[in-house]
Design a binder for this molecule. Structure first.
Ligand SMILES: *[C@@H]1O[C@H](CO)[C@@H](O)[C@H](O)[C@H]1NC(C)=O
Ligand SMILES: *[C@@H]1O[C@H](CO)[C@@H](O)[C@H](O)[C@H]1NC(C)=O
Ligand SMILES: *[C@@H]1O[C@H](CO)[C@@H](O)[C@H](O)[C@H]1NC(C)=O
Ligand SMILES: *[C@@H]1O[C@H](CO)[C@@H](O)[C@H](O)[C@H]1NC(C)=O
Ligand SMILES: *[C@@H]1O[C@H](CO)[C@@H](O)[C@H](O)[C@H]1NC(C)=O
Ligand SMILES: *[C@@H]1O[C@H](CO)[C@@H](O)[C@H](O)[C@H]1NC(C)=O
Length: 342
């Protein structure tokens, strides 16, 4: 049960907000939550289907061609009965009066395109997560990293809380009402001891002298909202050299990717995304037009292992390549590639 919870929690990190974090929507149990189709309007011959759970049970459907809107709310022992609202303009689905029975995997099929949502109920709360591309950051051992709340200033009332890891351990808290700032750096065997700095104006958290023990998922709770951050800690930099004009393969060391895995390859100081394998969305993308096209027609991504090959290298391909994998298995690698001339 714990393991399952962790998995779902990690899956929740998809909707990214800014460079570093991901945010979901945090709703109290019993409230409504909307799963957004992102359509502004449906076309005349569109078919939209909402499915739920491992069995892909059909729960709602709009068939524009047949001019039919159907909500199947008596399926699955009636757990959705009188709880589904389907927007006939956009196809978005609202689940009202949520309980833990509504936790799970929702699929929206618009014609042949599929969008996936994971709905998580944290005891009294629900978190909605949408799969999408992410802008994850990584840091080196010993560095500091700031997790940005994006608040410019705190409201007069309320509580800001930072949580870490599988058990959602509270590591820092600002109680604005009580004008109290608390850093719990003794928790979790003291791995955060003397390493946490909490900005009392913005609520942002800085972790100094990072080690692999700090790798994982951080959640920031501000009143009813949750923002998640994944922190990767890079342990090792592999040096690779290659003769100009030759190919070089950066090996992920995976034999096979799992269904929930997302892999990103990033290049250079700016961490530009050059390739992504997104298994949940069944998408493989090579961004070889970035950085003035220096990678154009030169990137090969192995869709089984995630390994990246750069062909016909030039000195422009010198630099650091980062491999980031999440959410099921958090892992990262850095390859420092140097290209030498004849
Ligand atoms: C769409 O929904 C609106 C308001 O819920 C309703 O007035 C309208 O009749 C609906 N249109 C169709 C085609 O069902
Ligand atoms: C914040 O402080 C106020 C006043 O001391 C207290 O009533 C409230 O319970 C505190 N909230 C939390 C979440 O600790
Ligand atoms: C907030 O932090 C500043 C500088 O770190 C400090 O001078 C100030 O007293 C702090 N305010 C509170 C309410 O803790
Ligand atoms: C960083 O942490 C390591 C142990 O994890 C410790 O040995 C070292 O002294 C720390 N460095 C600083 C600057 O605090
Ligand atoms: C993976 O790559 C192989 C060989 O390049 C190709 O045949 C296959 O269609 C690819 N699979 C996906 C899902 O792209
Ligand atoms: C390798 O790249 C150079 C330019 O950097 C180009 O002139 C050459 O045609 C390329 N060779 C192959 C085999 O693509």
């Amino acid at each position: 049960m714990k393991k399952m919870f962790l998995k779902l929690l990690l899956l929740c990190l998809w909707r990214l907000n800014g460079v570093f974090g991901v945010s979901g929507v945090y709703v109290m149990e019993g409230e409504s939550v909307s799963l957004n189709s992102d359509l502004t309007e449906m076309k005349d011959d569109d078919v939209i289907q909402w499915r739920f759970g491992y069995e892909n049970t059909l729960i709602a459907e709009i068939n524009k061609r047949a001019d039919r809107i159907t909500v199947y709310d008596d399926v699955l022992d009636g757990r959705f009965r009188d709880r589904l609202k389907l927007d006939n303009q956009t196809g978005s689905l609202t689940i009202t009066d949520t309980t833990t029975e509504h936790e799970g995997d929702y699929k929206l099929q618009i014609n042949s395109e599929i969008k996936r949502f994971i709905l998580i109920v944290f005891g009294v709360c629900v978190c909605v997560c949408v799969f999408g591309d992410s802008g994850l950051e990584s840091v080196m051992k010993g560095d500091s990293v700031s997790l940005n709340s994006d608040l410019t200033e705190m409201k007069d009332d309320g509580v800001i809380q930072w949580r870490f890891g599988e058990e959602n351990t509270v590591i820092a808290e600002i109680n604005v009402t009580a004008d109290r700032i608390t850093v719990y750096d003794d928790v979790l065997d003291g791995r955060f001891r003397d390493r946490l700095k909490l900005d009392n104006q913005t609520g942002s958290l800085t972790i100094t002298n990072i080690t692999t023990e700090h790798e994982g998922v951080y959640q920031l709770l501000i009143n009813r909202e949750i923002k998640c951050f994944i922190l990767f800690v890079i342990d090792e930099v592999k040096s690779v050299s290659v003769k100009e004009g030759d190919s070089v393969t950066l090996n992920s060391d995976l034999t096979e990717m799992k269904d929930g895995d997302v892999i990103q390859w990033r290049f250079g100081d700016e961490n530009t995304v050059i390739a992504v394998i997104n298994k949940p969305n069944d998408r493989i993308t090579v961004h070889d037009d970035v950085l003035d096209g220096r990678f154009r027609d030169r990137l090969k991504l192995d869709n089984q292992t995630g390994s990246l090959t750069i062909t016909n290298t030039t000195t422009e391909h010198d630099g650091d390549y980062k491999l980031l994998m999440f959410p099921g298995r958090l892992s990262s690698k850095v390859f420092r590639v140097s290209v030498y001339g004849e």
